[in-house]
Design a binder for this molecule. Structure first.
Ligand code: FAD
Length: 375
C-alpha cells in the first residue's frame, strides 16, 4: 500500500463554507485536520451565494430550529464587531407579485405562528422600517422580517481560515477531484488526483452539489435536486439599501464596497451548459436582472453588472439538509445542504460535535443520509 502523505484525526473534503466551518470547529475541539479541495477555497456555491440569513417561509420544524440556531451563531459573530462590512443584520423584505397579496399574508401568518419576527406592511410604511427602497415597486403588501441578515461567504471563509491556520490546520488546495478511500467497509482517508493519500481517523464529505456523486462510488445514494443558478455582483452603486430584498423578479442584498449581489430563479432555464461542463448565460438576461433590481431601489440608480458566476446550487432532492455519518460507510460523514449560508456555522459546530464525541446531536436527527437508503 502507498504510504500516506500525512495522517490526521479528520480529513475534510470540500473547501466551501460547510467544509471550512466543520474544519475550524474540529480544530477548536482539539483534532488535527487536513482540508482538501478541488481548486481554490470558495470556488463552489460559497463563492456565488446570495447568503441571506433567514428562516422565512414554510419548512419542517426541525429545519426551522436549525436555521434559527444558525442565525444565532451569526448574530454572535456580528455582535463581536458590528463594523465588519461583510456581515450585517438589517432585516429582510419580501413581497409577492401584484394581485397575490394573500400569498404574503399567509407567509406572515405562518411566520408569526412559530415566533418568527414578521411584520405585514403597506408600501408607505416601509421607509420608516428600512431605507433605500422604491415603495412604488412594492405590490399590495410586503413582509418585513427585522431579525434577518446577510453575510458575504468569501469574506467569512477568509476570516475562518485565519483561525484554521492559527490552530495548525493543513490546507491542500488544487487537489483536483478527490475521493474517499475505504477499506473493509470503513472510510480511512482521502486520495487526491495526483495520487497523494491523506489517511485520517474520520472523513467529512462537504463537496456541495458534488456530494451525492462522491459517495455514490461507495454504493451510497443521496437524492440530488441541485439546480443551476447564477449570482450577479454589480459595480459600486449609489444606494441606501440595508435589508435583503426578495421580490417577484429580483433578490438583492448589499455587498461590501457599495456593490450589490443579485439573483433570482426566473432565468435558470436560460443558463446553458457548455461541452466542458462550464455554464453560460445570455448577457441580456444579466442586464435584465440588474434593471429589475434598479426598479426596487430608491432613485432607481443605474446598476452595472461587474461579474457573474454560474454553477450548481447544492439542494438535496427533498429540500432538507443531509448531515451525519453514513451507516453504510462508517467513519465517513456528509454535509450537504440547501441554505448552507444560514446553517454554515451551526452545521460545522454540530457535525464536529458528532465526530469528536461519537454522540449523535438531537438537532441533526431528522437530517440523516440514511433516509435516502434504497435497501
Ligand atoms: C445563487 C445562490 C444563492 C444562494 N442563496 C442563499 C441564501 O440566500 N441563503 C442561504 O442560506 N444559502 C444560499 N445559498 C446556498 C449556499 O450558498 C450554499 O448552500 C453553500 O454555499 C454551500 O456550501 P458547501 O460548502 O456545501 O458547498 P460549495 O460551496 O459548493 O463547496 C464545495 C467545495 O467542494 C469542492 N469539491 C467538490 N467535489 C470535490 C471533489 N471530488 N474533490 C475535491 N473537492 C471537491 C468544490 O470545488 C467546492 O469548492 C445560495 C447558493 C447559490 C448558488
Amino acid at each position: 500500500m502507498t504510504s500516506p502523505t500525512i495522517e490526521t484525526d479528520v480529513a475534510v473534503l470540500g473547501g466551501g463554507i460547510l467544509g471550512v466551518s466543520t474544519a475550524v470547529h474540529l480544530l477548536r475541539g482539539g483534532a488535527s485536520v487536513v482540508l482538501i479541495t478541488e481548486s481554490s477555497l470558495a470556488s463552489g456555491a460559497t463563492g456565488r451565494s446570495l447568503s441571506w440569513l433567514n428562516s422565512a417561509g414554510k419548512r419542517s420544524d426541525a429545519y426551522h430550529l436549525l436555521r434559527e440556531a444558525g442565525i444565532d451563531r451569526y448574530r454572535t459573530l456580528y455582535a463581536a464587531d458590528p463594523s465588519r462590512e461583510w456581515i450585517q443584520f438589517d432585516g429582510g423584505l419580501y413581497w409577492a407579485p401584484a394581485g397575490e397579496a394573500p400569498r404574503a399574508e399567509a407567509r406572515h401568518e405562518y411566520e408569526k405562528s412559530h415566533g418568527y419576527d414578521s411584520k405585514l406592511v403597506k408600501p408607505e410604511q416601509i421607509s420608516a422600517l428600512t431605507p433605500g427602497i422604491d415603495e412604488t415597486a412594492v405590490a399590495d403588501v410586503a413582509v418585513f422580517n427585522p431579525g434577518e441578515g446577510w453575510v458575504s461567504l468569501p469574506h467569512l471563509v477568509e476570516y475562518l481560515m485565519e483561525e484554521f491556520n492559527a490552530r495548525g490546520g493543513t490546507l491542500i488546495a488544487d487537489a483536483g477531484k478527490s475521493r474517499v478511500l475505504a477499506r473493509d467497509g470503513k472510510a480511512w482517508g482521502i486520495g487526491t488526483q495526483d495520487g497523494s493519500i491523506y489517511a485520517a481517523g474520520k472523513v467529512v464529505v462537504a463537496c456541495g452539489a458534488a456530494t451525492p456523486a462522491v459517495v455514490e462510488e461507495h454504493g451510497i445514494y443521496i437524492a440530488d435536486g441541485s439546480p443551476v443558478s447564477a449570482l450577479v455582483i454589480t459595480e459600486p452603486a449609489e444606494h441606501k439599501l440595508k435589508a435583503v430584498l426578495n421580490t417577484p423578479r429580483a433578490a438583492v442584498r448589499p455587498n461590501p464596497g457599495g456593490t450589490l449581489a443579485l439573483d433570482h430563479g426566473w432565468y435558470e432555464e436560460q443558463i446553458v451548459e457548455q461541452a466542458d461542463g462550464s455554464f453560460s448565460i445570455p448577457e441580456e438576461v444579466v442586464q435584465e436582472l440588474t434593471e429589475e433590481a434598479s426598479r426596487l431601489l430608491e432613485g432607481n440608480p443605474q446598476l452595472t453588472p461587474a461579474s457573474w458566476k454560474i454553477g450548481r446550487k447544492p439542494i438535496p432532492e427533498d429540500g432538507e439538509p443531509v448531515f451525519g455519518e453514513l451507516d453504510k460507510l462508517p467513519g465517513c460523514f456528509v454535509a450537504f445542504s440547501h441554505s448552507g449560508a444560514t446553517v454554515g456555522l451551526i452545521a460545522g459546530e454540530l457535525l464536529s460535535y458528532e465526530i469528536l464525541t461519537g454522540q449523535k446531536h438531537p438537532m441533526l436527527a431528522s437530517f440523516r443520509p440514511a433516509r435516502f437508503s434504497r435497501d
